[in-house]
Write a protein that binds this ligand. Structure first.
Ligand code: TRP
Length: 470
């Protein structure tokens, strides 16, 4: 057995700390902001079913693989892949996986921070009583005014990036790890209150039917890719975030049990959010395919009409910001860990550098909602004619980079790494559970990712593209 490596960045205090941190990373805007709006845009039930399937057969096994690689490497993803490839006698090019993940992390955080800024703004809107008694039109107008103003978006985005860098600069053990212990349960409670409101709204069944009755005529090949991409996104997989968290995991912790727990919690939050939002959508005659503004145009209506709504609304957006906060730190941690390891920076220097870069890239998203709202860079590509820069960034990262990262993680874990090494690191024996994992990661994940990609590329009619170029 190779001598156990140690992380220079410290280690979690135990299994619970890791569960809290990884759950904090997983539960975020993806569950509450993104899941409902992409489910709405892709027809509901069938999309949700594909998403759940992807969580079970791709998400959980890949999470185990990613944690396993991280714990065995005990360094930033770039250096972990370097070390593990050397250990397996494989090409040193595997460290590109770490680089691609760092790039994906920057790109995701750049827009994630802007959206988290919306949630920050909504804390103050709620607290000020702006939503009390507001109509659906009134709430939509408030949202449009916010995103139509680049200066406001930049201010909130700046505040959120500063918050993120402050925590990242402080290191692994202090700070938010502790906060998750209270925040995730509190978020649950507020979602349940919102579900109670939805239950009384008169359209609860319609909302449930939308979310849970699969109608496969409503989902496209592209919709399947979006569902799969979201399974990676919501569990924070495919870019090294969970790998770097795994690198701080104590040796004896069960990777399998931990991964299943995190995936279940994460899925529950998303479903609770969906069940709160769609009844409100239907009872107010809104469009489920409304897009990225969906929760910001629906939930305030509920808060505006329930007793104590201003308080609950404020609390809800505070919790949403915290959920986003505990996610954003994991998006930048791989880059920060690498800067500390390879560039000799302190955590503070590394955080500032990474934060400034991300903040700048965030401008692409800021302007996508106002000055550049009518700029559609891929107007000549079917399915993307209407996409803004933000839409493309989101699509490229969540639906292309993360699944490809996941594919590479899968291939490395079972085709490159020695079987003995994964048995040892997963530490659950060599029985049925291990074999199921091995089978899923060896065959099911790669085949699923490849099939979904091939189906989507078929969508793009290259002939007509060439025709257009003539
Ligand atoms: N999972 C988070 C969410 O659902 C977002 C996130 C954090 C993420 N770290 C990640 C997504 C790493 C992809 C990769 O909001």
């Amino acid at each position: 057995m190779a001598e156990k490596r140690k992380s220079i960045h410290g280690i979690w205090s135990g299994r619970l700390a890791f569960i809290l941190a990884a759950t904090g990373s997983a539960v975020g805007l993806g569950n509450i902001w993104k899941f409902p709006y992409i489910a709405g845009e892709n027809g509901g039930g069938a999309f949700v079913l594909v998403y759940l399937l992807c969580i079970a057969v791709i998400g959980i096994p890949i999470m185990m693989a990613e944690v396993m690689l991280g714990r065995r490497g005990r360094r930033s993803p770039v250096n972990t892949m370097h070390a593990l490839a050397a250990e397996a006698g494989a090409s040193r090019h595997w460290h590109w996986l770490g680089w691609a993940g760092m790039l994906a992390g920057f790109l995701i955080l750049s827009y994630y921070s802007v959206i988290a800024g919306w949630a920050l703004a909504y804390i103050f809107r709620s607290a000020g009583g702006v939503f009390t008694g507001a109509t659906a039109e009134g709430v939509s107008a408030i949202f449009d005014r916010l995103v139509g103003d680049p200066e406001r978006l930049i201010s909130w985005h700046t505040l959120f990036m500063v918050m993120t860098m402050l925590v990242v600069a402080r290191g692994v053990r202090s700070g938010l790890e502790q906060a998750v212990r209270y925040l995730v349960p509190a978020l649950f409670v507020l979602l349940l209150i919102l579900d109670g409101y939805a239950l009384a709204s008169g359209a609860f069944n319609q909302g449930l039917a939308f979310l849970f009755t699969p109608d496969f005529s409503k989902i496209s090949a592209n919709g399947v890719l979006i569902a799969m991409g979201h399974a990676f996104f919501t569990l924070s997989l495919g870019m090294g975030a969970i790998m770097v968290y795994g690198s701080y995991l104590p040796d004896r912790t069960s990777i399998a049990r931990t991964s299943v727990t995190i995936a279940l919690l994460d899925t529950l939050v998303a479903l609770l959010a969906g069940m709160a939002i769609f009844p409100i959508v239907f009872v107010n005659g809104l469009d489920p395919g409304e897009g990225a503004g969906l929760i910001f145009k629906t939930l305030p209506i509920a808060f505006g009409h329930m007793p104590g709504g201003a308080l609950f609304g404020t609390l809800f957006f505070v919790l949403l910001v915290f959920a986003a906060w505990t996610s954003s730190i994991s998006l930048i941690e791989p880059a920060v860990a690498w800067l500390v390891e390879n560039r000799g920076m302190t955590r503070v220097q590394a955080s500032v550098l990474a934060g400034v870069i991300t903040w700048l890239v965030g401008m692409l998203t800021v302007f996508s909602f106002n000055s550049w709202a009518d700029f559609h860079p891929l107007f000549f590509v079917p399915h993307f004619e209407q996409a803004t820069v933000f839409d493309l960034l989101d699509y490229l990262t969540a639906n292309v980079m993360l699944p490809l990262g996941g594919l590479a993680i899968a291939l490395f874990s079972v085709w490159i790494m020695q079987r003995n090494d994964s048995v040892e690191e997963l530490d659950m024996g060599d029985g049925a559970a291990y074999r199921l994992w091995h089978f899923l990661v060896r065959y099911v994940t790669p085949v699923a990712v490849i099939i979904v990609f091939l189906n989507v590329t078929r969508l793009v009619d290259f002939g007509s593209l060439l025709g257009l170029a003539e």
